[in-house]
Design a protein around this ligand. Structure first.
Ligand SMILES: [Zn+2]
Ligand SMILES: [Zn+2]
Length: 439
């Protein structure tokens, strides 16, 4: 016998029982993003590997050890996208969108791939939703972006969230910040982990991002970054706009993003329910990325969040998403002619936007009714062999057990006009053969 195959490690099936929650989140996301004048963009799932090494930096964890990279049949190096921003910027430049639009507001959604150690809420194929606003340095957009996140999570039912805010400076003040951080760590470097020791030389800011308790102990109490005047003004303006929008936030000078392309504002929206890895969404300004990727000097700001985490958090809070639409009608036919007529009726129902289905098992009426019950059908239309000849069926209300015989031509109307306007045929005019024991 062939052995049953299982899904690859770090992937998962999202079964119909869970998908309603995902659809609820996705539908809310689309609705809210559109309110803020964002449009969707869809980019390929794989890209040239260079795109990610260029944008994320050779020394980033993603490029160093997490990418799914492969050669295609012509030997080209391709990579399953590990995040969404690089592809959006590539597309923005490739289609010269920057030449036609002063400000571009787009959102994306879909699977991303990273070879990481799978754990609760973290998968190798995961799903991200993100927004990018390209074309302006205005701090209004940083604040609006944060407001959009807060609004979105509010709408899906996550209200106990906190906004954390920081500024990681720009090309001018970053060297000063790095030096400030190196001085602060000083002799304690020997107590930090191996990764942090490497970061100390390359990118010391990322030491603040280390999740190891020892490293966190030695970075506690770090003073505010010495950002330049321009970055300081920008940071103050963002806070002023957030205040105006009544968004409460906490300035957290440990908040640096994992990727090097961030400048000025960084932010996270965190949930106390998610434990140590408590960020539900993270983002910030990346004024240098477009240029780094070979484009003109165009600033941008954005954020992204993972659907797995959002779904996990909603489940913890007992939020199940919307209910599936009710199954209005289940047709229980007896015999070939009844089945043919049932198919025609089904088509009418579905075109009238009513969820409907038919029993295809050919089993006894009793078992067909059992199946209808299990599916949660509101009504069952029983069509016996004789009734099929006369083009009538017995409509049974599954909630109260009431039933009435209706001509086929009246069945659909019954659902739109109500029972009063349809003249039901008296049940005693017809005896449905073989049904006495179950009706
Ligand atoms: Zn600066
Ligand atoms: Zn560390």
């Amino acid at each position: 016998m062939t052995e049953l195959l299982q899904m690859p490690r770090g992937t998962r099936d999202i079964l119909p029982v869970e998908i309603r929650l995902w659809q609820f989140i996705e539908e809310t996301v689309v609705r809210i993003f559109e309110l803020y004048n964002y449009s969707e963009i869809r980019t390929p799932i794989f890209e040239h590997t260079d795109l990610f090494t260029q944008s994320l930096g050779h020394t980033s964890d993603i490029v160093e050890k997490e990418m799914y990279t492969f050669n295609d049949r012509k030997g080209r190096s391709l990579t399953l996208r590990p995040e969404g921003t690089a592809s959006v910027v590539r597309s923005y430049l490739e289609h010269s969108i920057h030449k036609n639009e002063a400000l571009t507001k787009v959102y994306y959604r879909g699977p991303m791939f990273r070879y990481e150690r799978p754990q609760a809420g973290r998968f190798r194929q995961f799903h991200q939703i993100g927004v990018e606003c390209l074309g302006s340095r205005n701090p209004i957009l940083d604040a609006e972006m944060i407001g959009l996140g807060v609004h979105l999570f509010d709408e899906i039912g996550l209200t106990e969230l906190k906004v954390m805010l920081n500024s990681v400076g720009c090309n001018i003040c970053r060297p000063v910040i790095r030096e400030q951080l190196r001085e602060f760590i000083g002799d304690n470097l020997k107590h930090l982990c191996e990764d942090c020791n490497r970061r100390f030389t390359n990118n010391p800011l990322r030491i603040l991002d280390c999740k190891k308790p020892t490293c966190q102990k030695y970075t506690m109490g770090i003073p505010m970054f010495s950002i330049c005047q321009d970055c300081g003004d920008h940071f103050n303006a963002v806070q002023e706009y957030l205040d105006a929008m009544n968004i409460t936030f906490v300035v957290d000078n440990h908040l640096v993003r994992g990727l090097e392309y961030y400048t000025k504002t960084t932010f996270e929206i965190v949930s106390p329910d998610l434990g140590a890895q408590n960020a539900i969404c993270g983002g910030g300004r990346y004024d240098k990325l477009v240029q780094m990727m070979g484009g003109p000097d165009i600033p941008a700001v954005g954020f992204a969040f993972g659907l797995e985490r959002a779904a996990m958090l909603l489940q913890q809070l007992g939020i199940q998403g919307k209910n599936p639409p009710a199954l209005t009608l289940y047709v229980a036919p007896q015999g070939h002619l009844a089945t043919l007529q049932g198919m025609e009726l089904l088509d009418d129902f579905r075109r009238a936007n009513l969820r409907a289905d038919i029993d295809v098992s050919g089993r006894s009426l009793k078992n067909q009714l059992k199946a209808a019950n299990k599916l949660g059908a509101e009504y069952v239309l029983i069509i016996g062999e004789d009734e099929a000849e006369q083009k009538v069926g017995l409509l049974k209300n599954m909630a109260n057990g009431q039933q009435q015989t209706l001509a086929f031509s009246d069945v659909l109307n019954h659902f739109f006009l109500g029972t009063e306007t349809v003249q039901p045929i008296q049940p005693n005019q017809l005896v449905l053969r073989g049904m006495e024991e179950v009706l």
